[in-house]
Structures are given as structure tokens and as C-alpha cells.
Design a protein around this ligand. Structure first.
Ligand code: ADP
Length: 184
């Protein structure tokens, strides 16, 4: 599914984040920027040791990356030139500010990409794997946050892509995008 939103092409597709030919891919990282499983493991494996080296430097200089924030490193051997590492919240039932923290993770990743004049970027479904965030709820937050950012920042990017691993996740994101587009 693809739509144009305030001058940016927003695409939802099923695939592997590691394979994307975009300027920056977003990583679902952890606060210590230690490579983990899921998206994080795949990005570090495919991107090589340069990414981990820059993560270590950020950890030494700033203590890592707080939940809801984002940092940038090289893409190493990935097709993408950069990796934007953001940390989504761990789902704990929804009463601990998880919705707002997830929205911040998306918003701060977009903000950092725009500041660096990155023209195309790809997101995975942050927090919905090991971190246990319910995918439909996460999809609505992701789509609403992206729509809000793009509307406030016309033509900020050429393309923003969501790369969903499973057909079920893709369906959830498509449903959420249609919902968000239907509300003014
Ligand atoms: P988190 O720890 O933020 O929950 P995960 O990496 O565990 O992050 O999972 C986030 C989502 O990314 C899950 O829906 C998972 O199925 C999906 N995923 C895992 N590997 C990849 C990949 N290589 N490309 C795209 N999505 C992936």
C-alpha cells in the first residue's frame, strides 16, 4: 500500500528491514545499544562491526539511548548509509506511558532523519516483537505519529517505508493507515 502525504511517499510493505535500499534504516534497539535479537540482531549481523563500534562510542559518551529517543550511526555494510537506533517501550499492560513512548520513538527518529537531511528511510514495527507491544495498537500509534510529522513537515522526505515481517503485521499497519487517513 502507498499513499502521498504532504509531499512524502508513505509505503507499507512486507519484507526484511536489512534488505532495504534507502538512505537510513531504523533499528528497534535497546537502551544500552547492545545488539540483541530480532531486527537489532539482523541489522548488526548484516551491517558488520562498524555499527557496534559506533554504538559503543555513544554508550561511552552518553550512556546509550533512553526509551523514546533516537541516535544515528553508520550503516556499515548495509545498503543503507545510516542506521537510526531508537528504543521502543517494553509493553507492561499499557498504564506505564507505553503509547506516548512509542510515539516518541517514531517522532524522534523522523526528527533526527530530517535534521540530517536524510531523504528516504525504512521503519520496522518497533516494540511489537520481544518488547510485546500489541501490534494493532502499535500500528495505530505509528501511523498517527508519522501522519502528524509529515503534515507538519511538508516534503520532509521523498519516501518513508514501513517494512513488516509478516502478512499479519502488514495487514495491521494497512488497517491503521486507512483509519488514520479517514480521520482529519
Ligand atoms: P522489539 O524489541 O522493539 O519488540 P523486535 O526486533 O523483537 O523489536 O521486533 C520488532 C518487530 O520486527 C517484530 O514484529 C518482528 O517480527 C519484526 N522483525 C524481526 N526481524 C525483522 C527483520 N529482519 N525485518 C523486519 N522486521 C523484522
Amino acid at each position: 500500500m502507498e499513499v502521498h502525504l504532504a509531499g512524502t511517499l508513505l509505503k507499507l510493505l512486507q519484507g526484511d528491514i536489512v534488505e532495504q535500499e534507502v538512505e537510513a534504516v531504523v533499528n528497534a534497539a535497546n537502551t544500552g545499544l547492545w545488539g540483541g535479537g530480532g531486527v537489532d540482531g539482523a541489522i548488526h549481523r548484516a551491517g558488520g562491526t562498524k555499527i557496534a563500534e559506533e554504538c559503543r562510542r555513544i554508550r561511552e559518551e552518553r550512556g546509550g539511548c533512553p526509551v523514546g529517543e533516537a541516535v544515528i550511526t553508520t550503516g556499515g555494510k548495509l545498503k543503507a548509509r545510516y542506521v537510526i537506533h531508537t528504543v521502543g517501550p517494553i509493553w507492561r499492560g499499557g498504564q506505564g506511558g507505553e503509547d506516548e513512548l512509542l510515539a516518541s520513538a517514531y517522532y524522534n527518529s523522523l526528527k533526527l532523519a530530517k535534521e540530517r537531511e536524510i531523504k528516504s528511510l525504512a521503519f520496522p514495527s518497533i516494540s511489537t516483537g520481544a518488547y510485546g507491544f500489541p501490534v494493532e495498537r502499535a500500528a495505530r500509534i505509528a501511523m498517527a505519529t508519522v501522519k502528524d510529522f509529515l503534515t507538519r513537515n511538508p516534503a520532509a522526505f521523498e519516501e518513508v517505508r514501513f517494512v513488516l515481517f509478516s502478512p499479519e503485521a502488514l495487514k495491521a499497519y494497512e488497517g491503521a493507515l486507512m483509519e488514520v487517513l479517514a480521520t482529519a
